[in-house]
Design a protein around this ligand. Sequence first.
Ligand code: NAG
Ligand code: CA
Length: 160
Amino acid sequence: MKAWGSVVVILAMIMAATVDAKIYGRCELATKLEKAGLNGFKGYTTGDWLCMAHYESGFDTSFVDHNPDGSSNYGIFQLNSSWWCDNGVTPTQNLCHMECHELLNRHILDDIMCAKQVVSSQEGMNAWDSWNQHCAGHDLSEWLKGCHLSVKPDAERIHS
Ligand SMILES: *[C@@H]1O[C@H](CO)[C@@H](O)[C@H](O)[C@H]1NC(C)=O
Ligand SMILES: [Ca+2]
């Protein structure tokens, strides 16, 4: 009976951790990023963010990866537990003042705020190896193909 009780508790914990996760659609994510003001932020476009997030997490907010040094990377932007968040295990700077599990749910505004800090550092988007490898210097307009973004700063500028 006791063992069964633990199984139930563990299952409940796993469900609580995963039920709120989400795999974003490309255009849906693009809209979120633009609403949060990322297009043009520090000179990077929505295409840069989509490309980076695709290679980091496949747009899956629940994705966790482990680094050789024992730290882990969390969520859609794979922010790590030695610099940006606290997972209660790795020694951390916790520069975003947040717990790493907050980077695994469908609510990505806090992830975006943290990523803004990352990209504001000297290395910019080079902080993400995958961006460096797959996105830097490429034509990233493909990433926005077919997206009808509700935020259209260019169109607004033309008509005003
Ligand atoms: C964690 O993030 C920092 C800053 O983005 C980066 O310099 C460092 O290499 C990352 N650490 C690991 C283990 O990925
Ligand atoms: Ca979050």
